[in-house]
Design a protein around this ligand. Structure first.
Ligand code: GDP
Ligand code: ZN
Length: 251
């Protein structure tokens, strides 16, 4: 029995099913406090996934937390931290976790992760195989989240998550396990929204020579100038362009 419907402060939605009307959005979760974006050295970070989630978080007004899981593999993958240092420099909240490394009590080193989730409603997102199910099982031992094996040949994790699930955490708070990343598109975001989602662009937006500047190759583009002056990381501008081009398709 539904006894009350609370106001939605924020809603995470995706285009519904196989509808050709992409504007019909199906809500997945509402009133989310924290968007936990899980990445790992393996499977390798896709070029724009992290940027896309950070844009979504910014647009929905949800605080993002970047969780670098499988920190036990970081030593063998120095390129991962190098890539991710861009985001660290942007002052996003950031923690490293490992569900495999143990402390002296033989417990995984995940205390910070648990602390972040306490008394919040969080959504866990990230590529398949980065360790989301393993993290869920740690914070909620009762959870039956299936841990899939990473397919060694393709480095792609097998899909084990089919529908959204909400777990009540024993430490307080709720954790929502989202369906696969590809179902969240950036369809509903305008070009302007996309640029706003790149938080370090903010001081330069509105300062381009042309009001309708797309920040690609236009003369007098403040974003491109900032990049050329080393004020914005070139990879972020590149990813912005890539997302602009992908706009309307899966991320
Ligand atoms: P999901 O697809 O994001 O839910 O990922 P899973 O939780 O199913 O994990 C995918 C694979 O990564 C499994 O084989 C896990 O055992 C492994 N894994 C999870 N966490 C870690 C970790 O911290 N370190 C390492 N090396 N492997 C991990
Ligand atoms: Zn511009």
């Amino acid at each position: 029995i539904v006894v009350a419907a609370l106001d939605r402060k924020s809603v995470l939605a995706r285009p519904s099913g196989h509808s050709i009307h992409q504007s019909i959005m199906k809500p997945i979760a509402a009133n989310i406090d924290l968007l936990v974006i899980v990445v790992a050295p393996k499977p390798e970070l896709s070029a724009t996934t992290l940027d896309a989630y950070l844009v979504i978080a910014q647009q929905l007004g949800i605080t993002p937390l970047i969780v670098v899981n499988k920190s036990d593999l970081l030593a063998d993958h120095p390129e991962t931290l190098e890539r991710l240092s861009i985001y660290k420099a942007l002052s996003y909240d950031w923690i490293e976790t490992s569900t495999l490394k143990r402390d002296k009590h033989d417990r995984p080193i995940l205390d910070k992760f648990t602390e972040y989730l306490r008394n919040k409603t969080s959504v866990l997102v990230g590529q398949s195989g980065v360790g989301k199910s393993s993290l869920i099982r740690y914070v909620n031992p009762q959870a039956q989240a299936r841990v899939g094996d990473l397919c060694e040949i393709t480095n792609l994790g097998k899909h084990t998550t089919t529908g959204s699930r909400l777990y009540h955490l024993p430490t307080g708070g709720d954790l929502i396990d989202s369906p696969g990343i590809r179902r969240f598109g950036l369809w509903h975001l305008s070009e302007k929204n996309l640029a706003e989602g790149f938080i370090e662009f903010a001081p330069y937006l509105g300062h381009c020579q042309f009001r309708n500047c797309c920040h690609q190759n236009e003369v007098g583009c403040a974003i491109i100038q900032a990049r050329d002056q080393g004020l914005i990381h070139p990879l972020r501008v590149q990813n912005f362009h890539e997302l602009l081009n992908k706009h309307g398709s899966d991320i």
